[in-house]
Design a protein around this ligand. Structure first.
Ligand code: FAD
Length: 322
């Protein structure tokens, strides 16, 4: 690991003042469960590490009549234990609880989960986020791609590693970003983007912005997540589905279906949503939605199996709401 300066501010404003205009100037540290690995592997090499741990305002969960606001430093474990979250957003509790290691759940934070970097082994080995070879061409389609995207975008073949992101996107949540210019809200669905170069990040957050909270509208949607993992050990899921529905008069009147771990950003399965609309949520309709969810998948040489897993995740997430 390269030498770096360490700062431990007490307020968000002080933290922002310690950040710089480029990612090389500074990185934020929350639980450190991802950042420290990235630094040890020399994937990132900030001159300064700015710890958020002393900023108590980021550790709160607040419930108002319109939103539930979850501070960026709330840990995954605290999220699974919060009664106000469990009552309204079981989908989120399942996603956070799915992080199988108790150590990671106790240290890893909501902000860190959303900003963790992709697990693509080419990226982690120093080939850049777009994993390009010496010939400038992507390595993933011709390499070991068993955990990569079945819905790649452009030259981005990695999968978004956050389990919270699809659940939050389905719930129409936004992240709150604070910078020297003030505060802005970005829907989780729009937080991730496709980098054009290896120097760009895979999210819209800028180097001087702190993700301070996540806000979930309090709109009473029925919601669920279903995750499929290779084994109940220390690993990320292979495919997940998060759904949020409103049922009125026995029929689905609004539907949001997001797949996780199959695309560089949470994948919105609009064809599945359309299949559900205006009909009762029954077994036949759920099976049709599951098939529709994976329409257009473009699996690689080693990850065809993920197509069936993603469809099954949609089926099981929806079935849990009947
Ligand atoms: C064995 C193992 C299994 C795992 N399984 C899963 C899983 O199944 N699902 C899943 O979703 N995750 C999984 N994870 C990832 C884990 O959830 C993340 O490592 C953790 O949530 C990151 O949080 P952190 O607070 O430790 O972040 P850090 O490591 O401190 O930071 C991670 C990144 O986010 C940035 N960051 C942190 N906080 C903020 C903020 N408030 N504002 C802006 N940027 C910020 C940092 O600069 C850094 O780039 C797993 C990790 C391990 C090691």
């Amino acid at each position: 690991m390269r030498p770096f300066e360490y700062a431990s501010p007490a307020t968000v404003q002080e933290a922002i003042d310690l950040l710089g205009p480029t990612w090389n100037d500074a990185e934020l540290l929350a639980g450190g469960t991802d950042l420290l690995s990235l630094m040890k592997d020399d994937v990132v090499a900030p001159k300064r590490v700015v710890s958020l741990r002393r900023i108590t305002s980021l550790k709160r969960i607040e419930v108002t009549p319109t939103v539930v606001r979850i501070g960026a430093l709330v840990t995954m474990e605290e999220l699974t234990q919060a009664p106000e979250v469990a009552a309204k957003f079981p989908s989120l509790v399942i996603a956070a609880g799915g992080v199988t290691s108790p150590q990671i759940r106790h240290h890893g934070t909501v902000g860190g989960d959303l900003c963790q970097r992709p697990r693509c082994w080419y990226f982690r080995a120093g080939y850049g986020i777009l994993a390009t070879g010496a010939d400038g061409q992507p390595l993933v389609p011709r390499g070991d791609n068993r955990y990569h995207a079945i819905f790649p975008e452009g030259n981005a073949y990695y999968v978004c590693p956050s389990s919270l992101a699809p659940a939050l996107a389905a719930l129409e949540a936004s992240v709150v970003l604070q910078s020297p210019e003030g505060e802005r809200r970005v829907p989780v669905e729009e937080f991730y983007r496709i980098p054009r170069t290896n120097e760009e990040r895979e999210y819209v957050r800028q180097p001087r912005e702190v993700l301070v909270a996540v806000e979930i509208p309090n709109t009473g949607l029925k919601n669920a997540t279903y995750e499929i993992r290779q084994r109940q050990l220390l690993d990320w899921p292979l495919a997940t589905a998060s759904v949020a529905l409103r049922v009125d008069g026995g029929k689905v009147v609004s539907a949001r279906v997001f797949l996780g771990h199959v695309a560089p950003r949470p994948y919105r399965a609009t064809a599945a949503e359309a299949t559900l609309m205006g009909a009762p949520l029954d077994e036949e309709r759920i099976a049709a939605a599951a098939r529709a969810a994976v329409q257009g998948a473009r699996p690689l040489s080693g990850n065809q199996y993920k197509v069936q897993l993603a469809a099954t995740a949609v089926k099981r997430a929806l079935s849990s709401l009947i």
